[in-house]
Design a protein around this ligand. Sequence first.
Ligand code: ADP
Ligand code: MG
Length: 323
Amino acid sequence: MDEFEFINSIKQTSYKQPSLIKGIGDDAAVFNPGSYDVVTAVDTFVDQIHFSKKTMNPFHIGYKVLAANMSDMAAMGAEPKFYLVSIVIPDSVSDNTLVGIYAGMREIARDFDVDLIGGDTVSGGELMISVTMIGYVKKDGARYRHTAAAGDLVFVTGTVGDAAAGLHLLQTGETCEDSRYFIKRHQMPYPRIDFSKLVRNVERVSLNDVSDGIASELHEIAVASGVTITIDDSLIPTHASFAQFTAEQQHAWKYFGGEDFELLGTIPEADYPQLVESCIAANIQVTKIGRVAYNEDSHGHVYVVQAGERVRLKGKGYTHRSV
Ligand code: ADP
Ligand code: MG
């Protein structure tokens, strides 16, 4: 495929979003957000760092890079609308690989009515995919991590540690109870757009998506909001089959594993029962795991209560470079 054929092959024949004016085919795309605030995010995946052939096929790569971006939209309270893809293609990468990557992106984009409206295609030494996502949120309705306040409850959706367990199974070749479930959680994470929509009517909620592990995400909220967060180890939701792993693995994966793409946040206690009710109606798991406090000596700190003891949680999730 030459570049022209390639672009033609990935171009959507029709678009879902009514606010799109011009998609692929001119020098740039055009859309009209009307009265919404526009939310943007970009995520870049580099071969061998973010994925390897051993753990992800091309379809998974495409699916996951888009899922990661949509998860950022969810964490901002925004609905994803459009995406653009910048791709660096080495000679060694086959047409089939490219087709697979775009098929993965298309699959999850279709689930959420998100349109591919542009991108850039260049040759280079290493496979790299960078996705820019554009979403809309009601004017002044974005959710920020700096809004947690003393007395709030801390919650998380779904279960955590699953994606790290899946990565471990893929890397070691081990199998176990519910292997396929854990592996799917690593290869095809599902962004929590549904939950993000549910909290739309709550006046104040801080949100962060679990990309680097809950320890890291909790710290980000605690630091940004200048508060102290204390969570209870026994409340952290894990999958029914998670207990088969060693205590060390469970601890590492649920706190520092990351890439579960669940949503973690804080909400005033008075608003929580209503949230739980809407979650039950929407069949979304949400769990209270702790509480926010203000303490002059410990703002930005996160603590875990485990076996009756309160210990400080370190913030290290998966980071690419220590700065
Ligand atoms: P230009 O030279 O004007 O930048 P291009 O040939 O790069 O045009 O792109 C033509 C059209 O195809 C544009 O709408 C661009 O956004 C889109 N496009 C190019 N590469 C990609 C890609 N990898 N994924 C999606 N759209 C792409
Ligand atoms: Mg171009």
